[in-house]
Write a protein that binds this ligand. Sequence first.
Ligand code: MEV
Length: 338
Amino acid sequence: MLIKVPLKATLFGEHAVVYGKPAIAFTLPLHILVEAMDVHEQKIVVEFNNVLLPIRKIEFNREDNLFSKTEVDNDVAKRFVSYIATAIGLCEDEVKPGRRRGFIMYLKSPVPTGVGLGTSAAVSVATTTLCLSTYLSTTEIEKSLIAKLSWRTEQIVQGVASPMDTYTITFGGIRYIDPATPKAEPLPTPTKMNLIVGYTPKKSTTAVLVSNVKKLLKSSISASKIVDAIGSIVEEARSSILQGDAERIGILMNLNHGLLDSLGVVSLEHHTIVNTLRGAGALGAKTSGAGGGGAFIALARDEEHANILKRVAEALGATIVATGIESTGVEVVEKGEM
Ligand code: MEV
């Protein structure tokens, strides 16, 4: 079985979404591929390509919850596999309580883990899809179940997680996420959005950044108003996207970036990149995701301008991973289709 999962970037509303505000995110034409088979032995074997983690293979015994035959004792790798083990456990409890199978997975990622493009959510979504496809027929699998179980996986492994990443990656396209329901409303836009997406090395984990923001918000009533302001930007951005008003979307991206900066999550490199991209004519540019470095996005005027912005960001040391939006979420594909 081969599962193809898009990565994602956040257009508006990161951090505030943790406090119940809506957010807007979109999937990228950049995918994690998981080739997998189920086995009777209760073990999970995950092989990685060398981009994802500094190790190649990790094995986890489901009977005694122990890692074995680990090439390197690596905490990041173990945490990574805990997303996989948790997702499989939740899926089995939901669809076949008491059943336990093993899985051998080969996982290929185009970007390193933890750069702010939703790699952990993509792995949770891929694993949940794999497990559901093992126990149920395609017609029985609803995307809402994939999204729900993957979100729960992130909450268990990370402690705090909004449904933004997992719901966007499951359904695909540009999505307005309401964390209260949760729902992932598609936002069809009448004009092409010339977005470029890149990243710089991330200096802090999402968990640390979310916890720093929490401390800041507790420190003053005024700080907590930033979350309300971000929520209001998201609502205005939703109607701007539906109307295809690129100028206004850009202005709102810049406003959102300023508020992320006041929350303390914008790195020095992102200051330089975002300001330079604006100087080069970007309609808007912002940090995307948890911050502390990591992902950023910019809105260009057209395709040609997007290529210019790409070269400007690369000259500043950033890696550009995508231009444009992917409209499809997680998919189980036949190998011949790849
Ligand atoms: C992480 O991609 C985005 C945050 O808003 C955290 C979350 O939504 O769980 C910072």
